[in-house]
Design a protein around this ligand. Sequence first.
Ligand SMILES: NC(=O)c1ccc[n+]([C@@H]2O[C@H](COP(=O)([O-])OP(=O)(O)OC[C@H]3O[C@@H](n4cnc5c(N)ncnc54)[C@H](O)[C@@H]3O)[C@@H](O)[C@H]2O)c1
Length: 319
Amino acid sequence: MKCFVTGGAGFIGSTMVDKLLENSNNQVTVFDNFCSGQEEFIKHHFSDKRFNLIKGDLLNAEIVKKSMVGHDLVFHFAANPDIAKAMTQTDIDLKLGVDATYNLLEAMRLSGVNKIVFSSGSGVYGNVGLVETAEDFGPLIPVSMYGACKLAAESIISAFCHMFDMKSWIFRFANVVGTRQTHGVGFDFIKKLRADKSKLFILGDGKQSKSYIHVSDVLGAIDFAINNTNSTVNIFNAATDDYISVREIADIVIDVMGLKSVKYEYSGGDKGWKGDIPVVRFNLNKIHKLGWRAKLSSHEAIRQSITEMLSLKLTKKQT
Ligand SMILES: NC(=O)c1ccc[n+]([C@@H]2O[C@H](COP(=O)([O-])OP(=O)(O)OC[C@H]3O[C@@H](n4cnc5c(N)ncnc54)[C@H](O)[C@@H]3O)[C@@H](O)[C@H]2O)c1
């Protein structure tokens, strides 16, 4: 299988590349502009003949078209990962989420590449509190440009699939954690506590409660779903069965770092930032019925990812 991985130098994308290259039948092209991706995450593949790196921007339609020829399957991970960024750069998700996805689909259409896996998120559901959202939940009222543009990208993928005989697997992931994450609450807490071990500044009131899925489970869910479903558009929530609060995450980080008497300070309010969704609840019946379940709970995933991040030699962009 010749796989084209956008955002393949990022956290989730590079972990997927490792997994794909474990199979000797696979070849992988990473397409990344390194705006948040890191060479560090993929350089161990540089000598592998089955690995090809294209440093390019998805906003450059011509490069995407040229690069796409000859592939079988696209994994689309490239996006703006920072939800809060749209407060100051209001078109960032429109460009990196919508325009980039259109360029990718158009390149696929022109090259006859007809399968795409897309990493969407819970942001498409909007702020619905304790309601457990299933894949057919509606109305979908996103509260951030990130969520709105994920929803727009899902819609454009669906339209291309129906108009041009393509197939898609769209995953609405919980917060993803793991060794190479370069953003997110656990990552942020480690960074703050390394700078000052006496106190921890927490965005919001610490009661925000969400699911955190380990990246190994994300790869497992993708692998499982693409091998067991075959509709034109296959949409799945992928999350853990449990939830964890930001305050509990802080407690775990402090425990794993072996710190004592850390004073918590809160910015206040129920949200971490404008566009944040403080309570996220997934209905996972669809993917559970199919036979997939996350191996690690949110609590286990957070503890494991904190341990992994602490043991990783920090690279420039992470410090
Ligand atoms: N991390 C999470 O908690 C989470 C949860 C749900 C969904 N997702 C989605 O999963 C995907 C991967 O997230 P991640 O956490 O690995 O983020 P990341 O920032 O580590 O990876 C994104 C990658 O895309 C690349 N990129 C961005 N814009 C590009 C462009 N125009 N052209 C080429 N490359 C470009 C970046 O350089 C980076 O390597 C994103 O689509 C994100 O929205 C992430």
